[in-house]
Design a protein around this ligand. Structure first.
Ligand code: ADP
Length: 304
């Protein structure tokens, strides 16, 4: 068995994008631009981001036995992601139907498809892959029971867990307790803190310390152009600024950030050092259009 820096357990979707002058109302048909099909899904995005930077990366995911599944496998392989853990069949590949209006506003319908068929049993079957990785990175576009099984297996194997709670959903205590770090943007942080006074605070430091009370070993809050905030159990939260860049398209910035962060942790960096690298990768990703297409190779990451 090869060893990996990073195993991503998560989703793979085909993003189907059509430009429209305006969104159709109920019962209405509008004509749009030519269809563009892009490889996406948070799991595949994170794996591609890390592999493109040079990480030995594998993905545990499920796609359909169809053209979208083949597109995803191709993009993963082209980036150098190990695909032995990408299973095929059981349902159509997950798709995101995206319409974009001239103001750049999106409307999105997601059909999770094969992503919902990634089971706890698949995680058990991939035990060797989990044990061969230094870090496992998770998001929430696969069934919650599968996320929980991957966390349990990672803990049993002594593998570090990085988790991005996106799309936001409640997390069981055992999952939260394993996160090192929990990586949340503002929206995700506020969701996890609903019912807590800190959810209404405007200071990310308040979200980070309230999130730590929920059990994770460490927390990273991403702040868009503001960079990120790092908070561990031992001491002050620290803001890490992002290099100033001209943002063209922020799609996938969080995935690029988290893939880069997980890789640097696997390579032995401390959390602060890994975040200092990840903000540079996130910043590079927003200077180009698209998600995976925008992720930088190591030599394209801006200097600190
Ligand atoms: P998400 O994409 O999950 O909403 P953020 O918007 O917080 O996450 O972005 C993730 C990371 O990408 C940030 O921490 C930052 O490093 C980088 N980033 C995002 N937007 C910008 C921007 N406008 N300028 C520079 N860096 C950015």
């Amino acid at each position: 068995m090869d060893t990996y820096d990073l195993l991503v357990v998560g989703s793979a979707n085909a993003d189907l994008v059509i430009g429209v002058d305006r969104r159709p109302a109920a019962g209405e048909t509008v004509l749009g631009s030519d269809l563009a099909v892009h490889p996406g899904g948070k799991g595949a995005n994170q794996a591609v981001a890390a592999a493109r930077l040079g990480a030995r990366t594998a993905l545990l995911a499920r796609v359909g036995d169809d053209a979208h599944g083949r597109l995803l496998l191709e993009s993963l392989r082209a980036a150098g992601v190990g695909t032995a853990g990408v299973m095929t069949g059981g349902a159509p590949t997950g798709v995101a139907l995206i319409t974009v209006d001239p103001a750049g506003d999106n409307s999105i319908v997601v059909s999770p498809g094969a992503n919902t068929r990634l089971t706890p049993g698949d995680v058990t079957d991939a035990g060797a892959l989990l044990a061969a990785a230094r870090v496992v990175s998770l998001q929430l576009e696969i069934p919650p029971a599968t996320v929980a099984a991957a966390v349990r297996a990672a803990r049993a194997a002594g593998t570090r867990v990085v988790l991005n709670p996106s799309p936001p959903a409640p997390l069981p205590a055992a999952v939260l307790a394993a996160c090192d770090p929990l990586v949340a943007n503002e929206h995700e942080a506020r969701f996890l803190l609903r019912g807590h006074a800190a959810a209404a605070a405007s200071e990310p430091e308040a979200w980070a310390s309230a999130l730590l009370e929920r059990g994770p070993r460490s927390v990273v809050v991403t702040l868009g152009a503001g960079g990120a905030l790092v908070a561990g159990r031992d001491g002050e939260a620290l803001r890490v600024p992002s290099p100033p860049v001209e943002a063209v398209d922020t799609t996938g910035a969080g995935d690029a950030f988290t893939g880069a962060l997980a890789w640097r942790l696997a390579a032995g960096d401390g959390l602060e050092e890994a975040v200092r690298f990840a903000v540079r990768v996130g910043a590079a990703a927003v200077t180009r259009a698209g998600a995976q297409e925008s992720f930088p190779a190591a030599e394209e990451v801006p200097a600190p």
